[in-house]
Design a binder for this molecule. Structure first.
Ligand code: DAH
Length: 368
């Protein structure tokens, strides 16, 4: 065959080497090998034809053929090595590269209101209080009657309410938990424990057949009022209620407790002010305020130019409320207080608008 000249063999070998150099994977490389050196391969066919060449061409063609086979196989081996090295480098990069910056994992965190509440509870638990809870959907009797609100008392209008039925409402204050907590201090066998929550509050004590344990609780929770949202008011907000019932509790205990608590939470320099106030369930009653931190007493919108931020209400538990809890007011007395959690969180973190605590804007929340 005239074509099987040494020249043709060298051309074919060059062609094969070029294709080998371009093979981008070991699979492509194998395809090139089969195309040239396989049983039906182009180079194989040409090499096979050497035997039929005329005598004078055969030695040169034979040499060229051997050289071609060696060169192509060497090119194959070299390329195979290159591809393997590339692959190793690629998978090493994919597997682990300690120089790459880490992927940011966003860790969730607690809402400033919840961290506030946690801190508040911590302080009171440290003072020996236990945490009590009651339902947000509550009996009318516990929100009003048992707390010594006379029928149609104007104070009920100050806390405009959401009603579910005539008997059931969304609680306007966590003071409802006072009644539940006190009745919970009666012996398991005492009839007071089994009284319906709608039972006339002033008849509760007469059903007591035990000596109720002292009460010392804080009750956190949501409260609801029909009011429009302003800088400092929201229709849903959180309160923390406190109640202590024991022998010999006085107004000095109340002032001391609240002052110690406020200085613990807001800092030892905090100034606390008590003023006479009125609540149906305490007598005497007092509101309590702390110095405004936003303006440092100079007067701003948050403190309504007064330099003081009112935190909550307090007082000595009214005898009628003790009776509704099944306690004898001749033997024990109590102190109570309640305040808005939002207000005190705003004061602590310098948050001017209560709204921002509910909008869940990440730019706000990320700051806490
Ligand atoms: N419940 C009152 C309110 O929501 C706050 C309050 C005042 C709670 C005096 C008390 C208290 O326990 O003694 O306005």
């Amino acid at each position: 065959m005239a074509h099987s000249s040494a020249e043709e063999i060298r051309n074919l070998a060059e062609e094969a080497e070029a294709e080998i150099g371009k093979a981008a994977s070991s699979r492509e490389l194998e395809r090139v090998r089969v195309a040239y050196l396989g049983r039906e391969g182009k180079l194989t066919a040409v090499l096979r034809g050497i035997g039929r060449l005329p005598d004078e061409e055969r030695p040169a063609a034979g040499r060229a053929g051997n050289e071609a086979r060696v060169a192509v196989e060497a090119a194959m081996a070299k390329r195979r090595k290159q591809l393997a090295a590339q692959k190793a480098a690629a998978s090493a990069a994919e597997g682990l590269d300690v120089t790459l910056p880490g992927r940011g994992v966003e860790v969730g965190h607690r809402h400033p209101l919840m961290t506030t509440l946690e801190r508040l509870l911590d302080i009171f638990v440290g003072m020996g209080y236990t945490v009590a809870q009651g339902p947000e959907v509550e009996w009318y009797t516990l929100n009003w009657t048992a707390l010594n609100y006379p029928p149609d008392h104007p104070a009920m209008d100050e806390q405009d309410s959401f009603y579910v039925t005539d008997e059931i409402m969304l609680r306007t204050q966590t003071s409802t938990v006072q009644i539940r907590a006190m009745r919970g201090q009666h012996d398991e066998s005492c009839p007071v424990r089994k009284l319906d929550w709608r039972f006339p509050p002033q008849e509760v004590l007469s059903h007591c057949r035990c000596e109720p344990r002292p009460t010392r609780v804080v009750a956190p929770g949501r409260t609801y009022r029909r009011e429009s949202v302003t800088l400092t008011h929201s229709d849903i907000f959180h309160q923390l209620e406190g109640l202590v019932v024991d022998e010999g509790i006085t107004f000095a205990d109340l002032k001391g407790t609240l002052t110690a608590f406020l200085r613990e939470y807001l800092g030892p320099e905090t100034r606390v002010r008590f003023r006479p106030d009125f609540f149906p369930f305490t007598e005497p009653s007092a509101d309590f305020s702390v110095n405004c931190e936003l303006c440092d007493g100079r007067g701003c919108r948050f403190c309504k130019q007064s330099g003081w931020v009112e935190i909550g209400g307090s007082g000595l538990v009214h005898p009628n409320v003790l009776i509704a809890g099944g306690y004898d007011p001749d033997r024990v007395s109590g102190l109570a207080f309640g305040f808005g959690v939002e207000r005190i969180a705003q004061r602590r973190f310098g948050i001017e608008h209560i709204r921002t605590l509910y909008e869940n804007d990440m730019r706000f929340l990320r700051q806490f």
